[in-house]
Design a protein around this ligand. Structure first.
Ligand code: NAD
Ligand code: MN
Length: 488
């Protein structure tokens, strides 16, 4: 007994030994060009920018900044590939390429997970167990559709749209690339993909994988750059469709730009999801679900359960348990396999989180912040819960996109629905109750693209995902996800 106590105090009873993954596995090159027409090429203006590791602020690599001229080259390459190769390739053959890409992603999954974590700041446990396996699963799933489009419910011979411009965010870099590319290629389109400026690396490794899979040149072009590159892609007259995931602000701008053209558009924008907790819900599972709903991926999740709506009768107990659980979250080195919460993706995003949470305090909410130690270098924000939040508070109305939960209460199911729907967004919600009839009653009244019951943040390639109102339109995933890439 005494010995046991000694050992415990020497080690610190709740400490784990560090379990770091090796950064060497990433095998990064010093600099990357633009992936156009099947080759890595120099940008015409020879401009480069750095991609940082947000956990250390160190530069990982430099990547090319694509100008309007480069966008033009990429679109021309996609057009040529569409006209001469891909539109003449049978569905069965397109499927073979997609299966090949999926398998190579699996083979290189450890490397991809390390790259993703270094570039994004998310915990290696999440990139290893969620991002990369799901990215492979999307290619596998849509490979299965490529030769069955006649049976997808879109008529006898649905046609592809043509050249697709795809612009993605930094929160799930490889997974968002897979969500965009897999259905587009299965449906017979060619693509120009632009990753986000803070997380271009996994898309560039994906470009290597496309070479390895011997995907015909120009079918997918990957160009790195910032908003100006994205803007040039949106404006390009040779693009038939734009698919965008990112902020509602930029989504609105893009919608205005394409309004006077024949371009097709799908938008997956922000959210401010409500996790609704009834007093009969299984408490342990529910606490884990709330924690996962907001602290998964540092809260950089468009469908995050950022507003907790808890039935008044159990509010005190739920808050007490949540605060205790938040204290136990392991915050720090994303490369450590025991880490739960990693680095905030960029200095700009950290600034935004700090600004909004300051309003939480000045507007009178009660703040609980984890007492965890934060590293000196890098961008960090300690997991935070705000209690006594009302609907008029900015932290309840705006998307914080960080590890910050706002807790509100309700008395009746009607009040829960009214509060959950009191937002301009409509991406996802969660309902926790033992009573199936009540869960269905609530789910039918929620204005959101996705409603989870007794779980949260469940993703599956067979299931459509997308929003209503200011969260956007169009669906990704499932049979529905094909529609965005077919002329139906
Ligand atoms: P953003 O919308 O500015 O960036 C998303 C992508 O769009 C990036 O690839 C970016 O380069 C590109 N882009 C920027 N301006 C563009 C333009 N004018 N035309 C075409 N493309 C353009 O998002 P952000 O600034 O990185 O994040 C700001 C906020 O957006 C976050 O705080 C969060 O609220 C929200 N967000 C939502 C998601 C989501 O998954 N829905 C993802 C990231 C960010
Ligand atoms: Mn980065």
């Amino acid at each position: 007994m005494t010995q046991h106590h000694l050992a415990n105090s020497e080690l610190g009873s709740l400490d784990y030994d560090p379990a770091p993954e090796s950064a060497q596995i990433a095998k990064l090159k010093g600099a990357y060009g633009l992936f156009i027409d099947g080759q890595f090429t120099d940008p015409t203006q020879h401009e480069q920018f750095a991609s940082l590791n947000p956990a250390t602020e160190e530069t990982l690599v430099t990547v090319a900044h694509a100008s309007a001229e480069d966008v033009d080259r990429a679109v021309a390459s996609a057009r040529k590939a569409y006209d001469t190769v891909w539109s003449k390739t049978t569905g069965a053959r397109r499927a073979k390429y997609l299966f090949r890409i999926a398998r190579i992603i699996q083979e290189r999954s450890r490397e991809l997970a390390v790259v993703e974590t270094l570039d994004n700041g998310k915990p290696i446990r999440e990139s290893r167990d969620v991002d990369i396996p799901l990215a492979a699963a999307h290619f596998f799933y849509y490979a299965g559709w490529a030769d069955k489009l006649d049976h997808a419910g879109f008529g006898a011979d649905p046609r592809p749209v043509g050249v697709c411009g795809q612009i993605i965010p930094w929160n799930f870099p490889l997974l968002m690339a897979a969500w965009k590319l897999a259905p587009a290629l299965a449906a017979g389109n060619t693509c120009v993909l632009k990753p986000a400026e803070t997380t271009p690396l996994s898309a560039l490794i994906l470009a290597e994988i496309l070479q390895q899979a011997e995907l015909p040149e120009g079918v997918v072009n990957i160009i790195t750059g910032d908003g100006s590159t994205g803007s040039a892609l949106v404006e390009h007259p040779g693009v038939d469709k734009i698919a965008f995931t990112g902020s509602t602000e930029v989504g609105r701008l893009i919608q205005q730009r394409v309004a006077t053209t024949t371009k097709r558009l799908t938008l997956e924008l922000g959210g401010n999801g409500a996790n609704i907790v009834f007093d009969d819900a299984p408490v342990d599972e529910m606490i884990e679900g709330i924690i996962d709903g907001i602290f998964f991926n540092q809260g950089h999740v468009c469908c995050a359960g950022s507003r907790l709506l808890v039935q008044e009768t159990i509010a005190d107990e739920v808050l007490r348990r949540l605060v205790r659980r938040v204290e136990q979250l392991r915050v720090g080195d994303p490369m450590d396999k025991n880490t739960d919460v990693g680095a905030i993706n960029s200095a700009a995003q950290l600034e935004r989180i700090k600004e909004l949470t300051a309003f939480g305090e000045s507007e009178g909410a009660t703040r609980y912040t984890s007492s965890c130690a934060l590293p000196d270098k890098g961008y960090w924000f300690a997991p935070t819960v705000f209690a006594d939040v009302t609907q008029s508070h900015r932290i309840a109305r705006e998307e914080i996109f960080g590890p910050v939960l706002s807790v509100l209460t309700f008395r009746t199911p009607e009040e829960a629905v009214a509060k959950a729907n009191n937002t301009n967004y409509g991406l996802a919600c969660g309902v926790w109750s033992e009573k199936g009839s009540r869960t269905l009653w609530v789910a039918q009244r929620l204005r959101a693209g996705v409603v989870w019951a007794n779980t949260y943040n469940r993703f599956d390639p067979t299931s459509p995902f997308g929003g209503v109102r200011e969260s956007g339109f169009g669906r990704e995933g499932g049979r529905h996800g094909l529609e965005a890439y077919l002329n139906v």
